[in-house]
Design a protein around this ligand. Structure first.
Ligand SMILES: Nc1ncnc2c1ncn2[C@@H]1O[C@H](COP(=O)(O)OP(=O)(O)OP(=O)(O)O)[C@@H](O)[C@H]1O
Ligand SMILES: [Mg+2]
Length: 368
């Protein structure tokens, strides 16, 4: 993307060397064009960057066309519909294999679980599967929940609206169904994201739906899942901070264990490119981005390495900075890498994060 400054410099110096000859024969020298070389790369300022940002374009347009939308109008405009944009992902290496296994599990009425470090693409793959399943079966029911310590069984099953319950008692009208009930009734897909962050109490509420395909709703009765009900789990490996052990009984109900790890170089570079459609960087910069991110995964002083998200962020930031600045690409990359990595990696006790980042950057691009 960045034009080589050397090309324009050579052109300017050639013109300059011819000038004295011209000067001798004419009284008036032609106007100089000292800025011509700079014209080849016109850095944008912050205003230009923001105004031209594809991420803000929609906002700028809607601000000028329709002002003062009510909250309801804004809600309607932003509501996700069935016509939602088709999701596209990179399907190579481990991702295609994992997707195939999910298809096979679904077809054989088994429950898969994806296990892998944060930011590896577990949720993305499940969402993509939900879309493919909807296309094939015509059933687009897809519900999900991301568990944490505070998730209660009622968040899955549903709860009674207190005001309506006072008027009508514990009736069906007063019941707000939770996502698990919806997926079961519709014969849809339910994604239990970060399932091992749930307490054992909440994990246990999944036992009945997974084994019997039934679920008891207090005061209302027991429902049986419609045909097609499918359940996918996703979690970080249990050794990560903040995760609980998956209870033995729940563990036993997941029949297909799909491990995802940091992808191979080719796949990760494809993913970075795929998620950076606007501020493209050249192949050699992209490769250096990958190398920086990858070094955090092999560095002996790093406890939590950088995920796919860091590579994507670094590519976008580098791309946009290259539009603004005439700095040498390696310098840009080195400076921005520390901005992205600072909070993205965790070092082992007693090791300063900035020291590790510096050493990784200097290995890949020299000192920034
Ligand atoms: N196969 C893929 N194709 C394109 N982009 C991907 C792919 N896998 C992951 N990504 C991108 O990587 C980022 C992280 O992916 P995702 O959120 O799915 O990870 P995760 O494993 O669910 O992370 P966490 O454990 O933190 O929930 C997202 O920005 C996503 O767009
Ligand atoms: Mg996720």
């Amino acid at each position: 993307m960045a034009k080589k400054p050397s090309t324009s410099k050579t052109a300017t110096s050639k013109t300059a060397s011819k000038k004295p000859v011209q000067k001798a024969t004419t009284t008036k020298s032609p106007p100089r064009k000292p800025t011509q070389s700079k014209k080849t790369k016109k850095p944008m300022d912050n205003l230009g960057i923001l105004k031209n940002s594809p991420y803000l374009k929609q906002l700028v347009k809607s601000q000028t066309s329709k002002k003062d939308l009510t909250l309801k109008e804004l809600f309607e405009r932003n509501k996700l519909s069935d016509k939602e944009e088709k999701m596209d992902i990179v399907l190579s290496g481990q991702y295609q294999e994992a997707l195939d296994l999910i298809y096979e599990a679904d077809a054989s009425n088994l429950y898969p679980i994806l296990v892998g470090p944060p930011g590896i693409g577990k949720t993305t793959l499940c969402r993509y599967y939900a879309q493919s399943r909807a296309e094939i079966t015509g059933n687009d029911s897809f519900e999900w929940i991301t568990f944490d310590e505070s998730t209660k069984p009622a968040h899955l099953v549903g709860s009674f609206n207190p005001a309506t319950t006072i008027q009508k008692g514990f009736s069906f009208e007063a019941f707000n169904p939770g996502p698990l009930i919806k997926a079961m009734l519709n014969g849809g897909l339910f994604l239990a994201n970060e399932v091992n962050r749930a307490t054992e109490y909440t994990q246990n509420s999944l036992l009945e739906p997974l084994e019997e395909k039934t679920l008891s709703i207090p005061h209302i009765g027991r429902i049986k899942a419609s045909n097609g009900f499918f359940f996918i789990g996703a979690m970080n490996p249990s050794e990560l901070v903040g995760t609980h052990r998956l209870g033995e009984a729940l563990k036993d109900r997941f029949n297909v264990w799909i491990e995802l790890d940091y992808p191979d170089k080719k796949t990760e570079m494809k993913i970075i490119k795929h998620n950076n459609p606007y501020y493209k960087v050249d192949e050699s910069t992209l490769e250096k981005i990958y190398l920086i991110i990858n070094r955090t995964r092999t560095h002996h002083q790093v406890q939590t390495p950088a995920s796919l998200r860091s590579g994507i962020a670094l590519a976008r930031l580098t791309g946009v900075e290259q539009k603004k600045s005439n700095k040498e690409p390696n310098k840009i990359l080195g400076e921005l890498a520390s901005r992205v990595l600072f909070g993205a990696i965790q070092t082992k006790p007693g090791v300063k994060v900035n020291d590790v980042i510096k050493s990784i950057i200097s290995q890949v691009v020299g000192s920034a």
